[in-house]
Design a protein around this ligand. Sequence first.
Ligand SMILES: [Zn+2]
Length: 184
Amino acid sequence: MKFCPNCAAILTIKIPADDSRERHVCEACGSIHYQNPRNVVGSIPVYGDQVLLCRRAIEPRHGYWTLPAGFMELGESTSHGAARETLEEAGAVVRVGPLYSLLNVPHAEQVHMFYLATMAYPEFSAGEESLEVALFHEHEIPWGELAFPTVKQTLEWFFADRAAGVLSGEFHVRSRDVLPSERI
Ligand SMILES: [Zn+2]
């Protein structure tokens, strides 16, 4: 952030009084512009024993596979955002179930959340941000071509929990922090 969204003056970075962190401060109008992590919301769309993945048509990670997910919009809930992203990127209508995983990605200034979701019909199509969309059995998952560590981790947890029968009962949300050094 370089210019004040309020008055277009050039912002300075300093620690405001009564604060402990550097902020973007406008000396002209006195406003302080806080920056906070962004929420990425997505789903694990399940049809039978298959999971729906999208191959990304955009950077970063163009050409790699991901669960449908994207930035949460103002005015929507996390679960509505997950359903919206699934429809936009994968052309799939899902019934969103419980929150399944929450991953902190501090170095990317993001929090990723994935909801369990079910598809009533195997109907899907590639949205503008997807090259292709497909259903995968567990043994077909392109583990070496996944787009992000949060997607890989969520799928690993999902298949392990499904095999253990955890998902049909009550379960705790899976969560951990992703390190900058983590690579797919
Ligand atoms: Zn200003």
